[in-house]
Design a protein around this ligand. Structure first.
Ligand SMILES: Nc1ncnc2c1ncn2[C@@H]1O[C@H](COP(=O)(O)OP(=O)(O)OP(=O)(O)O)[C@@H](O)[C@H]1O
Ligand SMILES: [Mg+2]
Length: 279
């Protein structure tokens, strides 16, 4: 049976891919900053949203407002698609900070209860030392949480980060019946230190979601060896390149695409006011 294809929303790219990305595949788009990786993923999500395939975009570094604005500039009405439940844009660190703020609420409730109890003990002339210590400890925890939220630095281990990420996806994907997912970017996810084993697990779990996934990667020197690992774990790799700094033409190369007749070589593309155009 022929593999079903999923349009990227970019005609020239679909042609190079023999019709589109293989349905439910996990594809890595890698390239230096400013080569249009995020814009490509907006084409992919909007194409889905307009064809009854709901998309989820998880941003690790770019704020939601910046994504909405860049979509607006290119003529993608992301807010409208979100209102119609055809698209969900999530900032990963907001998910973490919400967990932290939830913890702050719980700690505050405990402090309030202990303060009441302490008052009663005091009125009855009893010792309050134990409660005082506990209240001081909890107040320190509140300070820690507030500092972490202010500085967007959470004491979350890699394993916890992976769990938070997938538990949110496992909630949202069935809820909105998503068929497409963008993770922007793997490099930002890995910046806090990821071992090869946990990268393996991360990609394995993405593939297990059974939806078409675009995973963006920054092509940065300091994570090169992990990226190589990611490349052989995913189903396809599309690389974006700058041609040279004097021209606005860029080029891309499909360096791996399972189940697809490979068209070798480079194709040139431009980022225009209407988005990516592949020649
Ligand atoms: N309205 C527009 N018209 C023409 N070109 C644009 C427009 N908006 C953005 N661009 C170009 O697109 C580039 C940004 O694209 P995009 O955000 O997709 O890059 P990226 O590869 O995701 O970068 P990063 O790795 O920094 O996230 C800008 O550097 C700019 O050259
Ligand atoms: Mg980007």
């Amino acid at each position: 049976m022929a593999i079903k294809r999923v349009s990227t929303g970019i005609k020239g790219l679909d042609d190079l891919l023999c019709g589109g990305l293989p349905e439910n595949s996990c594809i890595l788009i890698s390239g230096p900053p400013g080569t249009g990786k995020s814009i490509t993923s907006l084409h992919f999500l909007c194409e889905g949203a307009l064809n009854k395939e709901v998309g989820v975009y998880v941003s690790f570094d770019e704020p939601r407002e910046s994504i909405l604005l860049s979509g607006e500039e290119l003529g993608f009405d992301l807010r409208k698609l979100e209102k119609k439940n055809k698209l969900v844009i999530l900032e990963y660190f907001t998910i973490e900070s919400n967990l932290y703020l939830g913890e702050r609420k719980r700690v505050e409730e405990e402090i309030n209860a202990l303060v009441k109890k302490r008052k009663q003990l005091e009125e009855n002339g009893k010792a309050t030392n134990n409660l005082d210590n506990r209240i001081a400890m909890l107040r320190d925890r509140i300070d820690e949480i507030e500092k972490a939220v202010r500085e967007s630095r959470y004491n979350v281990t890699q394993h916890e980060r992976e769990e938070i990420f997938f538990s949110r996806l496992n909630e949202i994907i069935p809820l909105v019946k998503a068929k497409r997912l963008v993770v922007d970017s793997l490099s930002a996810y890995m910046i806090y230190g990821v071992s090869k084993d946990s990268l393996h697990m991360f990609i394995h779990r993405l593939r297990d979601l059974d939806i078409t996934v675009i995973l963006i990667s920054e092509d940065a020197e300091d994570i090169k060896s992990l990226e190589k690992t990611a490349e052989y774990l995913v189903d396809g790799v599309i690389r974006f390149h700058h041609l040279d700094s004097n021209t606005d033409t860029l080029n891309l190369q499909i360096s791996k695409m399972r189940w697809t007749k490979q068209k070798r070589g480079y194709a040139s593309y431009k980022i225009t006011p209407k988005g990516i155009v592949v020649k």
